[in-house]
Design a protein around this ligand. Structure first.
Ligand code: ATP
Ligand code: MG
Length: 460
């Protein structure tokens, strides 16, 4: 194996600020791993023997992003570079934080406290000398994820590492080393102590990886799924013959893999879309199969609980649960234009592309054969048609949100309708009138309807 590489020009230039003052600096972490994977890295981590204060004094724009861990972020030539002072850690009595952080003066010592061998390679700047004391490059060649040192010790020190392990498996497609994998169940109690925010961030990376089911199945095998998402673990073995060949968990995993990569909301909705099924399953004697009435509503409720628990922002929770709650819509070409408008209003025009993506993932998971992605042609055609009909409605003068109404609150006030709950009621009435018949979306007509409705309300 070569013992040199050519670091990116920006990093070589960056390193001169350190070497000029007698400090040493190394490229480390994900960017080095990605280099050996022939991928270009987006952000860079470097390790140095300069203290955070010394790094801060070397550059103009520095943000103390993790000063308690010795990390500052430097903005250099349009790049964000995370600089961490060499660390040495001792004792992790709480499985989350080292009891004390000591700065070290050796890169080897710094590498020895890193999680996986593929993440424990350093490249000296500016000359590109490779420091690889744990065989990280060989592990990358062999496509193996393996802890630096004893896995049980490393996982008990920081309970996030088992999750990082399965996350890297689904990001890289690598195999987890046998000992490393077998240690995870024995260290579950350390993962239970990790903050929900850190777990959430790993979960997001898992769902955005090329094949989330890789990590999620490893989580199931090792007990991490039961710990973090027991509601999903409970979907294993829930058969749904008559609808799907797969049990509920396998179906959700497939839908998640099929869902648009890079779109967290759709991936999350696809993974959770049937999570309410175990609670809604009833045997129908008449149909001689199970039924799952209203499972989409139950799934949305359970997903909301899970996402709150994992401290997702309210906006994301709302968007994902809305998609799940709507995923059972059943379009038929016989729908009237008014039915199309009502559907668009209920879904929210801005959510329709994601809702369609979810449906495509769901039906691909239902109909695709093992290992192949058969595009569900009939479903695609129906969605295509519905999409076009909604487009047409958007282009017409019809109102698909209250903002599209041809009258404003001010117009209504000028017509003598007081602001407040009555006004709200009248606006809703106008909106539903326009959805039934867009020809009513004219100011004069709407004012007349509003006044008549107001008179009716006042007479009550
Ligand atoms: P990505 O940025 O894609 O998440 P990464 O490998 O760069 O992947 P970071 O979280 O950015 O991961 O961390 C940078 C490096 O710091 C890692 O490559 C690893 O060497 C080390 N590291 C990060 N988190 C841990 C941890 N919990 N335990 C030990 N080492 C860690
Ligand atoms: Mg990184």
């Amino acid at each position: 194996m070569k013992d040199n590489m050519r670091p990116p020009a920006v990093l070589r230039e960056f390193s001169e600020f350190f070497t000029r003052k007698g400090f040493s600096v190394y490229m480390v972490g994900g960017a080095v791993r990605d280099f050996f994977l022939h991928k270009t890295a987006e952000d860079w981590d470097v390790a140095t023997n300069a203290s955070p204060e010394q790094v801060t004094s070397l550059f103009r724009k520095v943000i103390p992003t993790g000063i308690e861990h010795g990390t500052v972020t430097v903005f250099f030539k349009g790049k964000k570079i995370e600089c961490t002072t060499f660390r040495r850690e001792e004792g992790y009595s709480d499985s989350r934080h080292p009891d004390k952080i000591d700065f070290s003066d050796s890169i080897e010592e710094d590498l020895s406290r890193r999680d996986f061998t593929m993440n424990a390679i350093a490249v000296r700047l500016p000359d590109g000398k490779i420091i690889d004391p744990f065989g990280g490059r060989q592990a990358i060649k062999d496509k193996i994820i393996k802890t630096v040192g004893n896995p049980e010790e490393r996982f008990s020190e920081d309970g996030l590492r088992p999750l990082r392990c399965v996350r890297f498996a689904s990001q890289t497609g690598f195999t987890v080393d046998k000992d490393t994998l077998e240690s995870i169940p024995r260290c579950i109690s350390s993962t239970s102590k990790v903050s929900r925010e850190r777990i959430r961030d790993e979960f997001i990376k898992i769902l955005l990886s090329p094949k989330p089911s890789t990590a999620l199945l490893l989580m199931e095998r090792t007990g991490l799924l039961e710990l973090i998402l027991p509601e999903a673990a409970a979907c294993r073995g829930v058969e749904q013959l008559g609808f799907h060949k797969d049990d509920v968990l396998d179906h959700m995993l497939k839908a998640c893999d099929f869902a648009d990569s890079g779109n967290f909301n759709v991936r999350a909705a696809a993974f959770f879309h049937d999570i309410g099924k175990p609670e809604c399953r009833e045997w129908s004697r008449e149909k001689e199969r199970y039924t799952f009435y209203n499972h989409e509503k139950k799934s949305a409720v359970i997903t909301e609980e899970i996402m709150r628990r994992l401290r997702f922002p309210q906006k994301t929770i709302k968007a994902v649960c809305h998609l799940i709650g709507m995923h059972m819509f059943h379009y038929e070409p016989s729908w009237s234009d008014a039915a199309v408008r009502r559907f668009a209003v209920k879904a929210g025009v801005e959510n329709i592309p994601d809702l369609f993506r979810l449906r495509i993932a769901d039906s691909a998971a239902t109909f695709a054969g093992p290992g192949q992605n058969i595009p569900p042609a009939a479903e695609n055609m129906l969605l295509d048609e519905l999409g076009k009909r909604i487009e047409k409605e958007i282009e017409s003068k019809s109102a698909l949100t209250v903002k599209d109404l041809a009258v404003t609150g001010n117009d209504l006030m000028a017509a003598g309708i007081p602001a407040g709950p009555v006004m709200g009621q009248i606006i809703r009435e106008l909106f539903s009138t326009v959805i039934s018949d867009p020809a009513n979306n004219e100011k004069e007509k709407l004012l007349k309807i509003a006044e008549a409705f107001h008179r009716k309300l006042s007479a009550k």
